[in-house]
Design a protein around this ligand. Structure first.
Ligand SMILES: NC(=O)c1ccc[n+]([C@@H]2O[C@H](COP(=O)([O-])OP(=O)(O)OC[C@H]3O[C@@H](n4cnc5c(N)ncnc54)[C@H](OP(=O)(O)O)[C@@H]3O)[C@@H](O)[C@H]2O)c1
Length: 252
């Protein structure tokens, strides 16, 4: 992807990594559209970033996805980049049936939403130069989190779908990129009190990785997780899950 002149949809772009990426892409002279479920957050993003277009849509909802795709066809006919960034993470006690609700939500947002949106937007993306699909996963695709199993499992599934889609679309000149952030200081990681990367640094690495046409943009600690998962998988699993997150321990 060129650094400038793209038209980019970032799902879940009203906060965290998505918002920082929207800011970085706008600064590089790209047109940026974000979507999310919360109109208040979308309006705050519009006010913070002049030129940003925000559309309300739940990526897990098939009717919302269809409406979003139709709106993009009409209002953003030059769309050439989809960033599947929207995500959900719940800390889960797998011994309590309550986790099944979280599992449903996470399958919808982390897996079905991104894959279905890529499929529905493919004709529009391919009608434009340098079509690119970017899926945001996590270091947990290499070393699963024992306390966020639905999140790790759905993101690992997205990792597999991303590799397969890249393989299938190579002949059609559509680039499929995976971004693998470390723990980042966003609302999603509010429960985590260890070291966190800033959304701005992660956004800068994504922009640089896209410009240098990398298939996988693996950032910070996620690189360590990838190596450890290969050379010492059992040790890595123990190390990354050494203690229950305080938010989950508090519930027991
Ligand atoms: N933070 C981390 O440590 C970390 C690490 C690795 C990977 N990631 C990944 O990075 C991505 C961005 O997360 P973040 O850390 O920036 O967290 P965040 O600030 O909580 O952002 C997630 C965004 O997704 C949106 N969203 C959630 N469900 C949605 C749905 N059904 N439809 C549309 N939008 C939805 C949320 O907006 P609404 O609530 O308004 O819909 C929110 O703006 C996620 O895919 C996450 O898995 C994060």
């Amino acid at each position: 992807m060129q650094r400038r002149g793209n038209t980019v949809l970032i799902t879940g772009g009203a906060s965290g990594i998505g918002l920082a990426l929207a800011r970085a892409l706008l600064a590089n002279h790209n047109a940026v559209i974000i979507c999310g479920r919360d109109e208040v957050k979308l309006q705050a993003a519009r006010e913070a970033l002049p030129g940003l277009v925000a559309m309300r849509a739940d990526v897990a909802d098939p009717s919302d996805r269809a409406r979003l795709v139709e709106r993009l066809r009409l209002e953003a006919p030059r769309l050439n980049v989809l960033v599947n960034n929207a995500g959900a993470l719940h800390l889960c006690d797998l011994t309590s049936p309550a986790f099944l609700g979280d599992l449903d939500t996470e399958i919808g947002v982390n897996l079905v939403g991104p894959v279905a949106l890529a499929s529905a937007l493919l004709p529009l993306l391919r009608a434009n130069p340098d079509p690119t699909i970017v899926n945001v996963t996590t270091g947990f695709v290499y070393v699963p989190g024992a306390y966020n199993a639905p999140y790790s499992a759905t993101k690992a599934a997205l990792h597999v779908m991303t590799r397969s889609l890249r393989f299938q679309l190579r002949a059609k000149n559509v680039r499929v990129v995976e971004v693998v952030p470390p723990v980042v200081d966003t609302p999603m990681a509010a429960h985590y009190d260890g070291k966190k990367e800033t959304p701005e640094r992660v956004a800068a690495e994504i922009v640089a990785g896209l410009a240098s046409r990398r298939d996988e943009i693996v950032i910070g600690m996620s690189r360590i997780a990838r190596v450890l998962a290969r050379v010492a998988p059992r040790f890595a699993f123990q190390m990354f899950n050494a203690s229950a997150p305080a938010a989950l321990a508090d519930r027991s």
